[in-house]
Design a protein around this ligand. Sequence first.
Ligand code: 2IT
Length: 445
Amino acid sequence: MYDLEKFIRELERKNPAEPEFIQAVREVCESVIDVVNSNPVYLKNRILERITEPDRVFSFKVEWEDDNGDIQVNRGYRVQFNNAIGPYKGGLRFHSSVTLGSLKFLGFEQTFKNSLTTLPMGGGKGGSDFSPKGRSDAEILRFCRSFMTELQKYIGPDTDIPAGDIGVGAREIGFLYGQYKRLRGENTGVLTGKGLNYGGSLVRPEATGYGTMYFASEMLKAHGDSMEGKRVAVSGFGNVAWGAVMKATELGAKVVTISGPDGYVLDEDGVGTPEKWAFMLQLRSSNKDVVKPYADKFGCVFVPGKKPWEVPVDMAFPCAIQNELGEEDAAALVANGVKYVVETSNMGCTREAMEYFIDHRIPFAPGKAANAGGVAVSGLEMSQNAMHLSWTSEEVDGKLHGIMKSIHEACVAEGREDDGYINYVKGANIAGFKKVADAMCALGY
Ligand code: 2IT
């Protein structure tokens, strides 16, 4: 039998100064502890020790020359967390906050998220503390080349397939894939999120945001409700927020906020026109990491230095980065009458915020369920690459929709509590965990 607190203490001892990793592991273990303790096969297999230890971790030096001719040094990583159900799969994050601990949390989360997608993909994550903010395209190209020169030693189309994440979009994937092809002479599609004319999939850019809204629609349906007329707060302004605002609008909701490190925009008319969506893409590609220009251009309110959670809304979608929504934010949202919270960033809510929503019986979807549409369409891109053909957007979107529905069903099946409340955190963790744990037991040690 596992003693949860003792297990976490030992985990902290083995992984010092990695608070996000400990936070992510604790959340999963709290959900699955009864399932594990009542299963002799899991106990005999020491499943918690094995599932919380990454298979391997690579760390490498990335040297590149900036536009002034000065040499810069960053650190690159790839965490291959777990390949029990398929090859390692997960994004690359280029952001100043990247550390080994943050990538271990992301790789751990990815393992269960990928399991939920129903596709055969294991979990991995990588990236660098390099920040594209304020960099020229030429600098980003030189960084990406140097990064891939090392990374290519560890990845392959049947072993480890990276993709984008924060700071890694279509431009960076292009530069990275270009260098991979130069070095390896292959066209195997080793990265996903590629451009359409060199092996990418339709709908991949929109997939995370679309998927989250498909999940939200299922969630609302399960509560006898619909997206129609809902007032929505979104944080972030990157690829995920962009897909989310487009699909939310199509489903009849009104998104009134987006945000950046500089503050948030309150757009009472709604972030609901193609011109506004196109401007979000421009903001992202400008490498400035600010949203104020949106408020200036469209004449709406800009609130500097704040997060959008103080705005009264029916639904909140954190779409930026881990722990972006804390307990005070949760309390403000609940006090203002929020009805649903759909975490779209990975672990976007602190432990205290998540518990606040659950204690107040607000339906709360965790990122590993709600944002799985991105990696799901990455999985579909892998299938298309392996078959050397491409599907129409209707085919891809239809499969994405089906996957998000099935993730929602899995959460309900494992997460319904005695009072009828659907605990999506518990449901996602148990459903994602069981598949990986069973595969690990079947494969032996
Ligand atoms: O967090 C995520 O699921 C991603 N960044 C996407 C990963 C992928 O392989 O598409």
